[in-house]
Ligand binder design. Structure first.
Ligand code: GDP
Length: 195
């Protein structure tokens, strides 16, 4: 995909009304620090359109990025954020669920997990929410450059088993450093918005 334009169009807080977009939406979910901003920036060839965790004052919002005026990337709030109280976390969980339930344009959900570790309880919960809302998430296993090539298959197997996903679920390893996996992810996005 040639990126002609990419801009942050709508930012939703806990009480905000979600936009009723008419273009297809691709959602990105994952715990804080998993590499979600880096993936979004990498896919869009931007350095800092999506704010990384290192940015001071990163707030927990649902961010809608308008891409080429015909597609949205929906950056869901990173969960498991240590500094946030349980009450706020529960509210965020509800907001993510509300979005998954309400969106009429959502074509694919990308769930990010770190390729180095087995997914945690929050990741399994997120996976199950996505499935419960009728979507089969595509798993993006981030930070591929941080493991040895020989560990890849074994780690992917652990991710698959921990999340409890079947063979039909795609798991795409990605590195924001080498950009490995970028083309496969774009192909998948393009396929999902065509249907
Ligand atoms: P977010 O909180 O999910 O948006 O995560 P960020 O994109 O901010 O990434 C968190 C940290 O991991 C940052 O220091 C990134 O530079 C780093 N990071 C993200 N993706 C990769 C990757 O593919 N490889 C490596 N080596 N580091 C990464």
């Amino acid at each position: 995909m040639v990126i002609k334009s990419a801009e942050l169009e709508t930012v939703c807080g806990i009480t905000s009304k979600l936009p009723e977009n008419t273009f297809p939406e691709i959602a990105f979910a994952g715990k804080s620090n998993v590499g979600k901003s880096s993936l979004i920036n990498g896919l869009l060839n931007r350095k800092s359109l999506a704010r990384t965790s290192a940015s001071p004052g990163k707030t927990q919002t649902i961010n809608f990025y308008n891409i080429n005026k015909n597609l949205y990337f929906v950056d869901l709030p990173g969960y498991g954020y240590a500094k946030v109280s349980q009450e706020i976390r529960n509210k965020w969980g509800k907001m993510i669920e509300r979005y998954l339930h309400a969106s009429t344009q959502l074509k694919a959900v990308l769930l990010l997990v770190d390729i180095r570790h087995a997914p945690g309880e929050n990741d399994v919960t997120m996976y199950n929410w996505i499935v419960a809302n009728g979507y089969e998430p595509v798993i993006i296993a981030t930070k591929l450059d941080k493991i040895k090539r020989s560990q890849k298959d074994k780690n992917i197997k652990v991710i698959r088993e921990t999340l409890g996903c079947g063979k039909e679920t795609k798991i795409i390893p990605f590195s924001a450093v080498s950009k490995q996996g970028k083309e496969e992810i774009w192909n998948l996005i393009e396929d999902s918005i065509q249907t």
